[in-house]
Ligand binder design. Structure first.
Ligand code: ADP
Ligand code: ZN
Ligand code: ZN
Length: 721
């Protein structure tokens, strides 16, 4: 009989094994989707292997103790993944300690996904020539047949519009045949526009260094506006000329309309833009284009790393330090790691570009593991002047201090534009009772609720639930409630008060929630229909608007005081990125950072644009704490609706893990509940990541956990707060 070993669609580590079904009458191969009965419900599964055996069903049952069931149906004719990607899926599961099926689900677009919620590709009916030998054909029929013969694709729909039921007659007679084919995306050609300026000497030098180096990985380090993107485009064009494919990865937020325009001008119809704004069928069509091996440049966000490239010769990660390259749900992979893996397979180069490379990358580059290539200055020559100014002292003069207020007024008078960054949305993050000190908490999470004046509600930023703003304290009944702290809505109020005639665009996830909200607001500001752009970190990146001459950064002290091992690095990145938005045109730019911590090394180095000095100092702290990149971290998270169960599971794992001595176990620590789910975490710290992964895997296999406990693993977590 024929047996198929399949992965069931349920993505939990407890089911991370194949199940066997009888597949006698089916044609199938590795990497196709099938429908099976599992636990008395019908579900989708993904085929790992197909084997022939001499055993009978009875013998199989006797040997294994399982009754064999038949496959219900097969969904795909051919494997959805080529060998490279199938192996990558298995490797990814190992590297991220995630269920294998979750990796395949992440890799495949929705329409091809091995899970029940997948959608089926749109199919259209096409007409092909049939057998016309010995048939009597009238002139109009001949016209139709000629048309079908001469045209590449004829859709049934189009032909019927023109010739009506004659088509049906011809099909019935066998003179034409009808086939189902998937709809393909038709791209409108755009005239290629070439670069308007010659490359700078620094760019030329950097390009030849990239071409010549023997090393596969290049760290391209250069300040914002130093012409890195131009280098990516040159390299991509080269790949295309050689009939290869190129992939340029960008963080979601910096895939601005400007960026899209820039690559479309350069590559016309050969560019594929692949991002989360595409609907399922658009994604699928672009996926097919890449699979067909078209010579294309793909510009895309994280998930573009899974496209089925045939002959890839370049991968670029722009802003390679950006946290959005890490997926924060299962499987918790980092796009950079996958890029390095695929580059090995395709023997192609990887360019990691940034003004503030992540520490792992820069450390490897300085050690010579990666090639370090620098663009020393901005194309326009000048970096903006950065100053630290005093914040406002609260109620009377607000959050925006005197210096920044004056500077904004000056820029408004000159008809220039201002960007203000505050990395916190809402009106105020905490509502507190003055009488008893209690804060309004979310009932489903152990978190304070934020005040949102726009919608007139309290909102939980962890789970999203809202309730009306109370008028009395929920603990003591006092009416003396105050808003503690400042969010973007509150700054908007202050701006309206201080600059009554200024036009303001506020951009945060509340104002950009609707489709294209992000683009519409940015467009508005880019066209200078508004004067001040106020927003969270989503405005810190990618924005290239020449009329912006002042950038103000608020609330950075809170970011610097966080105790996470990467919080200072992240604050520094944010400062440098945000500062980079200023003075990109002809007028010199200015940046003001409001802070009471002027002596902090991150601020001191940020104002002088000295990434390298910051790197050296911060690395010392990393070394002291033996934090990454000196040692590796793995987080294990235990969740359950029962507080005790989550806690017990974490304890049990800690005991098991502590039996080995080569790494350190930190915790368990109670992370509180989010959306009524209790969370406990263990941290494993050590020098041998592979060994650490093995310990974690073994621990999960050995543990006897309650059925309502879920374990998830985060290898190289970006945050351990
Ligand atoms: P980065 O990616 O480092 O931020 P970009 O490639 O976006 O830098 O370049 C910054 C700006 O300078 C862009 O507006 C770009 O069009 C322009 N630019 C890039 N290279 C040159 C050049 N050689 N000559 C003139 N302008 C350039
Ligand atoms: Zn109270
Ligand atoms: Zn909540």
């Amino acid at each position: 009989m024929k047996l198929a070993n399949v992965w069931i669609e349920h993505r939990t580590l407890k089911l991370n094994q194949t199940f066997t079904y009888r597949a006698d009458s089916f044609l199938l191969e590795r990497g196709v989707r099938v429908r099976v009965n599992f636990n008395n419900t019908s579900c989708i599964a993904f085929v790992q292997s197909v084997i022939e055996t001499d055993e009978t069903t009875q013998e199989y049952t006797d040997r294994t103790g399982y009754a064999l069931k038949n496959l219900e149906s097969v969904l795909d004719e051919h494997s959805l993944l080529n060998d490279e990607l199938f192996d990558l899926g298995l490797q990814l599961a190992k590297d991220t300690v995630a269920p294998i099926i979750s990796c395949f689900q992440t890799m495949l677009p929705k329409m091809l996904n091995p899970r029940s919620s997948a959608r089926v590709p749109v199919r259209e009916l096409w007409i092909l020539p049939g057998d016309t030998d010995g048939c009597k054909i009238n002139p109009i029929q001949q016209e139709i047949i000629d048309r079908v013969n001469n045209q590449d694709r004829c859709s049934l729909h189009d032909l019927k519009e023109e010739y009506g039921s004659r088509i049906d007659t011809l099909v019935k007679k066998g003179l034409l045949t009808r086939v189902k084919k998937e709809v393909r995306y038709h791209v409108k050609p755009i005239a290629n526009v070439l670069r308007k300026y010659p490359l700078s000497d620094d760019q030329i030098k950097a390009l030849s260094a990239i071409r010549e180096t023997e090393k596969e990985v290049i760290c391209l380090y250069g300040p914002t506006g130093s012409g890195k993107t131009e280098i990516y485009l040159e390299l991509a064009e080269e790949a295309m000329r050689n009939h290869h494919q190129a992939l340029i990865l960008v963080p979601e937020i910096s895939l601005t309309p400007q960026m899209v325009q820039r690559v479309q001008n350069r590559f016309g119809q050969d560019v594929i833009i692949y991002h989360s704004g595409l609907n399922d069928s658009e994604r699928y069509q672009q996926y097919q284009r890449v699979k067909d091996g078209e010579n294309t440049v793909v510009v895309g966000t994280r998930s573009a790393i899974w496209l089925p490239f045939q002959n890839l010769s370049l991968i670029v990660l722009d802003e390679e330090h950006d946290n959005s390259y890490k997926q924060d749900s299962l499987p918790r992979y980092h796009c950079r790691d996958v890029a390095l893996w695929r580059a090995k397979y395709h023997h192609c180069k990887v360019v990691l570009g940034s003004a503030t490379p992540c520490f792992e990358t820069y450390a490897r580059a300085t050690k010579g593991v990666y090639e370090l290539i620098e663009l020393p200055t901005r194309v326009s020559g000048v970096l903006p002047k950065v100053r630290i100014t005093a914040p406002g002292n609260g109620y009377k003069n607000g959050t925006i201090g005197k210096d920044l207020t004056d500077a904004i007024q000056l820029r408004l008078d000159l008809h220039q534009q201002v960007v203000l960054l505050l990395n916190r949305r809402g009106y105020s993050p905490i509502m507190q009772c003055i009488s008893c000190g209690a804060t309004e908490q979310c009932t489903d999470c152990d978190r304070p609720m934020s005040v949102h004046k726009d919608e007139n509600v309290l909102k939980c930023h962890s789970c999203g639930i809202t309730r009306s703003i109370p008028t009395v304290c929920s603990v003591c009944g006092s009416t003396m409630l105050r808003n503690l702290g400042v969010g973007t809505q509150r700054i908007e109020e202050e701006l309206n008060r201080k600059f009554p005639t200024a036009r303001i665009t506020r951009m945060d996830s509340d104002t950009t929630a609707r489709k294209n909200g992000h683009r519409i607001l940015l467009d508005q500001f880019a066209k200078h229909e508004t004067d001040i752009l106020l927003g969270t970190q989503m405005i810190a990146k990618g924005l290239d608007i020449p009329a912006v001459t002042l950038v103000g950064i608020l609330g950075i002290d809170t970011a610097l005081m966080r105790t996470d091992y990467r919080s200072v690095e992240e604050a520094f990145d944010l400062l440098v990125q945000a500062a980079g938005r200023s003075g990109r045109g002809d007028v010199e730019g200015e940046v003001m950072i409001q802070s009471k911590m002027a002596d902090h090394y991150a601020l001191k180095t940020a104002i002088t644009h000295e990434y390298k000095r910051f790197f050296v100092t911060e690395m010392n702290y990393r070394k002291l704490g033996q934090n990454p990149p000196y040692q590796y971290l793995i987080a294990m998270i235990f969740t359950s609706s029962q507080q005790q169960h989550a806690c017990d599971a974490a304890e049990e794992a800690a005991i098991l893990l502590r039996k080995q001595e080569s790494c350190k176990i930190l915790g368990p620590s109670d992370l509180g509940k989010i959306a009524r789910v209790y969370r406990n975490r263990l941290l494993i710290k050590g020098r041998d990541l592979e060994e650490m992964r093995n310990y974690v895997r073994m621990t999960i296999e050995t543990m006897q956990i309650q059925s309502d406990v879920n374990i998830s693993v985060d290898v190289n977590p970006l945050s351990i707060l």
